[in-house]
Design a protein around this ligand. Structure first.
Ligand code: GLU
Ligand code: MG
Length: 467
């Protein structure tokens, strides 16, 4: 389990001594610098780095960084809210030492996720990692549930882009093909080795559907660690590819048309060591709490897309019949539903059963995405919500009557529409708190303005190399 305690001025108990010992050990192994990483509201991983010798000082007093990044857009311009976006103020970045890892594909470097607190030692209300930690902690305290989560990663491998930023896939073999596996074989083997050395448990790796696309899935962890892992794995994929002279894009849509890159979230709720998604008497073995949790996510899905699919490019991916799950529908192993119930194999369900949320991509801040999904699920759990009738097949082909009977709605078709859904979703806003909720609204509106007048190909090009 990830440490759920907030950082404190002077350091969390024991952290300074531990950081001192760690920095000696890392220095002895030739690690010169430590990357301190967090993800901003727009979904960009932002970093500061410190020499390894400064780790103990960072554990005690943090490292300074402006709060302005909370209202940065993916393209680095800045919007404002009534409290964020000004040049004033400073925050302190505190590394989570439990998650510190030596970067295998970047010799000389280690990496750690950070929480951000104020110079007064208070929580920063726009720190997304703090938001997720608090959400997980409250779920345990108030509902006696804990979660396991993992985020799938899809990306395109390309030749390094020229000045026009064009996309030239680095491989040409068919989807899921042995040919494509061979084309990327050396690079992929290095990736698996780097992840293993970093202690990342990989479940699967395969060539995917779209041009140059691959996918990697990792084992489930507690939600904070799962979000951290998503950031670390992408840093590693990027670094390994670069060592092979290749570029990568995690953008939701690399091109204006066709299948995009998803970042599906797998999530399960557990109580007293029991998986609530298996062994119950509700549909497909769900226990009542799991059904209500799933129903909460389904109800809030239109508003959630403002958090889980936050880029204008997300809406190039979110099209029917591309396995991106663009309807408020659920079904067992239904890959076109927004919510896919995964039961796992007979005999393995108590460990494996979970929910997969499809309309999520890797432009999403993983801390915000997981925190909001959990908050939505808990809202359903508290009210004892029930799932509507399930679907089979592609909801795009359901007749109007069938769709209505199952509560099947198309998710927002633009970021502007998604923000409007989000703005009026009180439970989600309450979970985030006003500062973070306003930052989400302002940043999304900023992105909408940034692409005004662009066609689909231009939108894809604008975000292709940002994520
Ligand atoms: N690439 C698809 C997406 O955008 C997902 C394909 C799959 O189910 O793995 O979500
Ligand atoms: Mg996939």
């Amino acid at each position: 389990m990830t440490t759920l305690a907030d950082p404190v001025p002077g350091g969390r108990p024991g952290d300074v001594e531990r950081a001192g010992a760690l920095s000696d050990e890392l220095s002895g192994r030739g690690v010169h610098g430590i990357v301190l990483a967090y993800v901003d509201t727009a979904g960009i991983a932002r970093v500061k780095t410190i020499p390894t010798a400064k780790l103990a000082s960072a554990a005690a007093w943090g490292v300074g960084m402006s709060p302005v990044f909370d209202t940065f857009l993916a393209g680095d311009s800045i919007v404002t809210t009534d409290v964020l976006g000004s040049p004033d103020g400073d925050l302190r970045l505190y590394p989570d030492l439990d998650l510190l890892v030596e970067l295998s594909a970047q010799p000389g470097w280690a990496w750690a996720p950070v929480d951000r607190i104020t110079q007064e030692g208070e929580r920063h209300p726009a720190c997304s990692r703090t938001f997720l930690r608090r959400t997980v902690l409250e779920a345990a305290e108030q509902h006696d549930v804990i979660f396991k989560a993992s985020i799938e990663i899809e990306w395109a491998v390309a030749q390094p882009p020229g000045p026009e930023g064009e996309f030239v896939p680095a491989v040409s073999g068919p989807a899921y093909s042995a040919a494509r596996q061979v084309e990327l074989g050396d690079c992929a083997a290095d990736l698996l080795a780097a992840l293993a050395r970093q202690g990342v448990e990989v479940d699967q790796f395969h060539p995917e559907y779209a041009a140059g696309q691959f996918e990697l899935s990792v084992a489930a962890l507690d939600p904070v660690a799962a979000a951290d892992r998503s950031v670390l794995v992408r840093q590693t994929i990027r670094a390994v590819a670069r060592r092979h002279g290749l570029a990568v894009s995690f953008a939701p849509a690399v091109l204006g048309q066709g299948v995009g890159n998803g970042g599906h979230v797998h999530l399960s709720a557990w109580r007293e060591g029991v998986n609530l998604h298996a062994g119950g008497d509700r549909r497909h073995g769900m226990r009542p709490e799991a059904e209500s949790f799933a129903a909460g996510i389904l109800t809030h899905l239109p508003a959630l897309t403002a958090v889980t699919a936050p880029s204008p490019a997300s809406h190039l991916r979110l099209r029917p019949s591309q396995w991106a799950g663009v309807f408020t529908a659920w079904g067992r192993e239904t890959r076109e539903a927004g919510l896919r119930v995964v039961t796992g194999m007979a005999g393995h369900r108590a460990e494996a059963a979970n929910l997969e949320v499809k309309p999520v991509d890797l432009a999403a801040n993983p801390y915000l995405a997981l925190g909001c999904l959990i908050a939505a699920g808990l809202h359903g759990l508290t009210s004892g919500a029930r799932l509507p009738q399930e679907i089979t097949g592609d909801p795009a082909h359901l007749g109007a009557q069938d769709a209505a009977a199952r509560g099947v709605r198309r998710l927002p078709t633009s970021l502007a529409e998604a923000v409007e859904e989000f703005r009026t979703d009180e439970p989600l806003r309450a979970a985030l708190g006003p500062v973070l909720a306003d930052a989400v609204t302002a940043v999304r509106r900023g992105e909408v303005d940034a692409v005004a007048g662009l066609d689909d190909d231009q939108v894809a090009a604008a975000y292709r190399w940002k994520y």
